[in-house]
Design a protein. Structure first.
Length: 187
């Protein structure tokens, strides 16, 4: 597993207020498989995590969203949390960045509230997805084919419900990110 993703570069797009374990667990799994991960953010220096309802740790931003390009990465990870996706879904640069991954057929993974950003990017219509139950109706109203499963994969788009599902989510992102581009992923 140590070299499975040796040449893979993964952007982790986040703003302040991401659920800490939904960034650290997939990131650590990807790094153990040899991937290079970068925290990409509208913030320039750091982003602050949450653990449940409490603000927690600051994480260094590796690349400002202003300086990032989807062409520099092989895959995209969108951690959840209530605050983070709400900030990203109103940021046009973030939506354009996400859209570019879909246009290029690159795998994208989103957990918990993370898929909420995909609604505003207009990328969920007709896609099989899951999420935290709080945004289920939002996804359905945007045209997603929502299901209550620990992880759902649809043409390179990996979605998952909550931190309880991280083991299944992490296994699937390793698989999908190793497969690389997906022809059906196009926006």
């Amino acid at each position: 597993m140590a070299d499975e993703l040796k040449e893979t570069r993964v952007a982790i797009l986040t703003a302040d207020g991401f659920e800490e374990i939904e960034l650290t667990s997939p990131r650590d799994t990807l790094q153990m498989a040899g991937a290079t991960t970068h925290i990409v953010s509208p913030n320039r220096e750091s982003v602050r995590s949450r653990q449940g309802d409490e603000w927690h740790l600051d994480f260094t931003v590796d690349k400002s969203l202003d300086d990032a390009s989807a062409s520099d990465y092989d895959a995209l990870l969108l951690p959840g949390g209530v605050v983070n996706p709400d900030k990203l879904r109103t940021n046009e640069k973030a939506l354009d960045f996400i859209h570019a991954f879909f246009k290029q057929g690159k795998p994208v993974a989103a957990i918990c509230h993370g898929p909420q950003v995909l609604i505003d990017a207009e990328l969920v219509d007709g896609r099989r997805m899951t999420s935290v139950s709080a945004i289920r109706k939002d996804l359905i109203n945007a045209g997603a084919l929502w299901e209550d499963s620990e992880v759902v994969v649809d043409q390179g788009l990996v979605t998952s419900r909550t931190p309880d599902d991280l083991p299944a989510f992490n296994r699937k992102i390793l698989e999908e990110f190793a497969e690389g581009r997906h022809a059906g992923q196009h926006a």
